[in-house]
Design a protein around this ligand. Sequence first.
Ligand code: HEM
Length: 503
Amino acid sequence: RDKDLPPGPPTLPIIGNLHLLPKESSHFKFTEWARQYGGIYSLKVGPGTVIVVTDPTIVKELLEKRSATTSDRPAMYIVDQITGGFDIAFARYGDEWRTLRKTAHAILTPQAATRHLAIQRAEATQLLHDILTSPQDFYTHVRRYTISVIMSVLYGQRVPHYGTPETIAFFEMMHLWTEVLAPGAAPPLDLLPIFKLVPERWAKWRQTVRKIQGLMRPLFFGLLDAAEERIRSGVQNECYVEEILEKQADFGLDRKMIAYFAGTLIEGATETTASYLHSFILCMIAYPEAQRKAQEEIDRVVGQDRLPNLDDRLPYVQALILETHRFRPVSPMFVPHATTASERYNDYVIPSGSAIFANAWGMLHDPALFEDPEDFRPERYLLTENGTKPGVDASDMRGLFAFGVGRRSCPGIHLAQNSIHINVMNLIWAFDFKPVLDSHGNNIQPDTWAYSKGISFAPLPFDCLISPRTSHKARIIRQEFSESATIFERFEHAGRSTGVDGQ
Ligand code: HEM
């Protein structure tokens, strides 16, 4: 380790800290090191440098104030092989990323996001209705909701039930993504490019990449073809593809870019929002007192006779939403950034080309910032704006640290926040969430640590008893769902096929 680098664990010759890197749930080990080496430390991975930041002030300084040089992404050979560099979340910091980001704003700014509220509300009503009808399947109902919203926003085509060929192909593809990107699934291709020459029969990762490509191309182009055909036939519903085809020349996009950009946005939107909502339900059964307080507030403000809406003032529910982001952040390490120039921070030099990991988990679970951080306690956000301990200077800790900071922060935040607020309020208003019972009638306590260990951090499927709070509310749900039919009609195009077989 160069003497100007921030401190870090002892290195071995040539490989540096490679042998120490965790194979799963890396945020836990990265947080352990942060407690030992401080708010900024470094890891050597072969010749490369990784900087891990676990201090809100340093994150703000490096990723926000100096975002002109810290907004690149590390090279990811496998991702580029799969998406041709057109996945906005992993694209290098350059003209193509700028173009993609600009087009994302066409659908994702706060104003643009309000255009999607009608379909989000209608889909949320279907989520209530689906849970009312088959509560044991709540996990897949939530996923149907999230994919249906983003498909409507992008292609103007909703997903009325979970088993459509497009959803089957999409989730199969996501499963393979997780498999191939899991640490250890492929050799360190970005550090040791010689491995790129290994032929496919000896490189399982290559076979997986080929399978993903085989699912991805027909899915992304099939969805685009179907949307274009619908638009040509004069049926419009203000979706992204309509807008982008109109302005294609201004944005400088070719057809492949549109197909891959829109397709990779489905990935960015679906699992993240679903994972948040699953964590919320898990917290409701694990922390019944928080559920009771939220229900009491909603009953007082909203009453029994209508669904909640975004104008309702519900401070405890707002605090609960923030606490869920803090307690189980969807992206505990954000997405890694990289530097395009050397940066000096205090006495340290961060070389150009270093990866920077913002350790959101370590900050959101820091006992110096949060009282009993491993407790789920919405009240902390009623006490101080950022949920931090009274008296702690947390001005650099924004309440929504969950969505990243700087130029690469999440452009989907407004769409995601609307989905989260609408559904959390609806679900608390409508249902009681309880743990399942064992054969003696005792509660089986949910495991709030049973999460996926790969690149995403999502609760593993869990059991839960969900029942409507009153039969009157159940009737309102059925009525609202049937009234949503007129909104759904605009996003359902019977007879138009994407050609995806979903096998
Ligand atoms: C609970 C929901 C969500 C959470 C917690 C979340 C969180 C994040 C985080 C932490 C990042 C990385 C920020 C960084 O690198 O500094 C990110 C990036 C991104 N998110 Fe989200 N996200 C969510 C939903 C969505 C939705 C609904 C969309 C799309 C409609 C979306 C699209 C993206 C994209 C395109 C990027 C990459 C941005 C870039 O690299 O320029 N996300 N998100």
